[in-house]
Design a protein around this ligand. Structure first.
Ligand code: PLP
Length: 407
């Protein structure tokens, strides 16, 4: 693999994160529950990581619980909240991650809850009026709405949702897996009861995540054991993972403005290059093309005449990693695309960027996409593509290159 553009699936660990983790694999490997000095050193590292994460998010250290990733946190928080407050109604959306939808489906099947799906507009944005109507009709509801969508990048106004949650005494869980480390949070101000993060989405290690539980809540654990994480999650802590998670979040927020500006530019650059390529009928799914309304690093594209599978495969052959739909759904028509009325049958290719990508990499990607169109005779004879047969690729690229401000 030469070019990695699948950063919504996972990210490369930051070198600073690797440096922080290593001593906890080689030297400070003791069990944090052990009372000896080596154990205390490991425990101190976990405490320090908890303070770091809490400080960065405007939370209290006792509101942060380390887990093995977002999926575990989602399972625990949704099941825990339903049980703790005897909630029989949940409002969610059809574009949530499967970890949310499958967990809720199980509770529905067992007769614990009824699920209402909030209406989405044609680009997948939450209809806040519909949400308010649902809450008015069913106070004491659990709201499970994600902050940033992993396939189409849509951002939900979690502040507005939080205000509604407070107005109707609802409990608000938001899946911040795709926005953690990319957007600033101040949980002192936000009306959010629960959220989750996963370190590998922000240049940390895999298998390490965390939950935020507002201090006013007490939930039953999902995993019982030796009382770790203040009884909320049994099992010996993943000390290198926890240390790496905190370091990754620290690095993300230290360089947030700079890296998000670069990532936004990368997205705009790819859109502009594809536009110069003149592929008629290309379209951008959800809000992913919008700089204001989407997670900066996700761009979901439907290409005319070609299946997402063929583009993903050809790019892969050229050493370029992208996803068709969500990596988690293994490609194909995803539930997210199906939920968007006007996009339902569209194939989609997801390009997702990180601070480590370069503009030159995107030049290469567009070159390959153009060559796929040129080499596919069936596609080349198609009206949409043949209409640009006289297109002067190299000339227009050179002109655009000169005018585009590469950072
Ligand atoms: N939620 C969202 C929005 C995601 O994108 C993902 C991973 O793709 C998850 C939850 C699950 O994260 P993990 O696999 O790290 O548990």
């Amino acid at each position: 693999m030469e070019i990695y553009l699948d950063n919504a699936a996972t990210t490369a660990p930051d070198p600073e994160v690797i440096d922080a983790i290593l001593p906890f694999l080689t030297t400070h490997y003791a069990n944090p529950s052990s009372v000896h000095g080596a154990g205390r050193k490991a425990k101190d590292a976990i405490d320090a990581a908890r303070h770091t994460v809490a400080g960065l998010l405007g939370a209290l250290p006792e509101e942060i619980y380390f887990t093995a990733g977002a999926t575990e946190g989602i399972n625990l928080l949704l099941s825990g909240a339903i049980q703790a407050y005897d909630l029989s109604h949940v409002v969610t959306s059809r574009i949530e991650h499967k970890a949310v939808l499958q967990t809720l489906k199980r509770h529905e099947k067992e007769g614990d809850i009824e699920i209402s799906f909030v209406k989405l507009d044609e680009r997948g944005n939450i209809d806040l009026y519909h949400l308010e109507n649902l809450l008015r009709a069913n106070p004491r509801t659990l709201i499970a709405l994600m902050h940033g969508n992993n396939e189409i990048g849509n951002l939900t106004d979690i502040h507005a949702v939080g205000v509604l949650a407070q107005r109707y005494s609802a409990v608000f869980f938001t899946d911040t897996t795709q926005t953690m480390g990319k957007v600033r949070f101040d949980l002192r101000e936000a009306a959010i009861d629960f959220l989750v993060g996963s370190a590998h989405k922000f240049h940390g290690p895999k298998g390490a995540g965390f939950m935020y539980i507002d201090q006013k809540h007490r939930l039953k654990p999902l995993i019982y054991g030796g009382g770790q994480e203040r009884g909320q999650r049994g099992g010996t802590e993943n000390v290198p993972g926890v240390v790496g998670l905190a370091k990754a979040l620290e690095v993300s927020y230290r360089n947030l403005d700079e890296s998000q500006a670069k990532i936004s530019k990368l997205k705009q650059y790819l859109v502009s290059k594809l536009s110069i390529a003149g592929i008629e009928g290309i379209c951008y799914n959800g809000e992913s093309k919008s700089i204001e309304n989407s997670v900066a690093n996700v761009l979901s594209v439907s290409f005319p005449c070609l299946s997402a599978g063929s583009i993903v495969t050809e790019l892969d052959r050229a050493g370029i990693a992208v996803s068709g739909g969500s990596a988690c759904s293994g490609g194909g028509a995803s539930h997210v695309m199906q939920a968007l009325a006007c996009e339902a049958n569209k194939e989609n290719v997801r390009f997702s960027f990180s601070k480590f990508n370069t503009f030159d990499e995107l030049d290469r990607v567009v070159d390959i996409i153009v060559s796929i169109y040129e080499s596919d005779s069936e596609v080349a004879s198609n009206k949409a593509w043949s209409s640009i047969a006289s297109w002067t690729w190299a000339d227009s690229m050179a002109a655009e290159q000169a005018s585009f401000n590469k950072i």
